[in-house]
Design a protein around this ligand. Structure first.
Ligand code: FES
Length: 333
């Protein structure tokens, strides 16, 4: 019996099936119109984005059954951006599948390394051109060109500064201070400990002095999550435990990674999850980070009750809320 392995037969390509648009001009026309409609929808999405950014006030809210109080501008921006990117992608897919050239091409594999003679020729050409350009003689040009090429790569770094305003001291203060009542959001009503069952979560905002308008910016950095556990579930030091009230603990809702709203609470594990990059905070251990890119726990707000039994802040946040940023003083969290 021979040890020689029988050569594998090249099965070749299956028979080419032509698409409708390849053989029927009417189908091609229809496909073209479909692609055009998708691109037009994308354009409408972009116009919607720009118009909503310019004319819809930033602090306009309305009530949506599933989402609750919703910022109109953010909703329209989201819809507009989604439409503009989604439809441009769908249009490109449709175009490629139905109209772009549908030929099968066989690319033969070959050595990547060029032939010795070609390589030598390339080196020769470089030398010749370099000599012709007088680079060897013109050392001033050679050096300044090196400097220019070396520095040109630095300019994009400067542009990084334009990626957004620096927060500076913006996150250092919020509207929380001693004695400020916690108001349920969006109802705007004060809350008692008995209003929260064990396992419940509520979002609250500080009660502002009469006549003070709540701005979108402040609503963002003031937002606090209240969570009620059984007191024996906590694993806190004495000071942090004294910041809780009858099993209710309060944390800033802004993720310490990049500032998304931390909104998912797992009742069984007592974990708070940020939906953006899955940072996970352990509520029983003062929102210690147990997974994900966040580098700091969520700041805890010390709470207690007033003489009428309503929940109030004991003091302002002791560390800045929000994401870690360059100007943050690392000694204060
Ligand atoms: S913003 Fe929360 S994990 Fe990134």
């Amino acid at each position: 019996m021979s040890n020689q392995v029988e050569r594998f037969q090249d099965p070749g390509l299956p028979e080419h099936v032509h698409r409708n648009a390849d053989v029927d001009p009417k189908a091609a026309k229809r496909a073209e119109q479909q692609v055009a409609i998708l691109f037009l929808l994308s354009a409408v999405g972009t116009v919607l984005t720009i118009v909503s950014y310019i004319i819809v006030p930033k602090d306009k809210f309305f009530y949506l059954p599933i989402m609750g109080s919703t910022n109109v501008q953010q909703l329209l921006l989201g819809l507009g951006l989604t439409a503009s990117t989604l439809f441009i992608g769908l249009g490109a897919i449709q175009w490629a599948k139905k109209l772009m050239p549908d030929q099968e091409v066989i690319a033969e594999r070959h050595e990547f390394r060029s032939e010795e003679v070609d390589r030598a020729e390339l080196v020769e050409t470089f030398k010749e051109r370099g000599a012709a350009a007088g680079l060897g003689r013109r050392s001033l040009i050679k050096r300044t060109l090196g400097l220019a090429l070396g520095l040109v790569g630095l300019s994009p770094l400067l542009l990084l500064r334009d990626t957004g305003p620096q927060p500076k001291k913006y996150f250092d203060t919020t509207d929380w201070s001693a004695g400020i009542r916690l108001l349920l959001d969006p109802a705007g009503t004060p809350i008692k400990a008995s209003d929260l069952e064990v396992g419940a979560v509520a979002q609250v905002l500080p009660e502002l002095p009469a006549g003070t308008e709540r701005t979108l910016e402040n609503t963002g950095k003031d937002a606090v999550l209240l969570i009620r556990l059984r007191p024996e579930d906590f694993n806190l030091d004495a000071e942090r435990l004294s910041w809780t009230h009858e099993g209710i603990i309060a944390f800033s809702k802004i993720c310490t990674h990049m500032g998304c709203a931390v909104a998912l609470y797992e009742q069984q594990t007592h974990h708070l999850l940020c939906p953006c990059h899955q940072s996970t905070f352990d509520v029983t251990r003062a929102a210690k980070v147990i997974f994900g890119p966040a580098a700091r726990p969520l700041p805890q707000l010390a709470i207690t009750v007033d003489s009428n039994g309503y929940l109030i802040a004991k003091q302002p946040f002791t560390v800045p809320v929000g994401p870690s940023f360059w100007e943050r003083n690392s000694s204060n969290g």
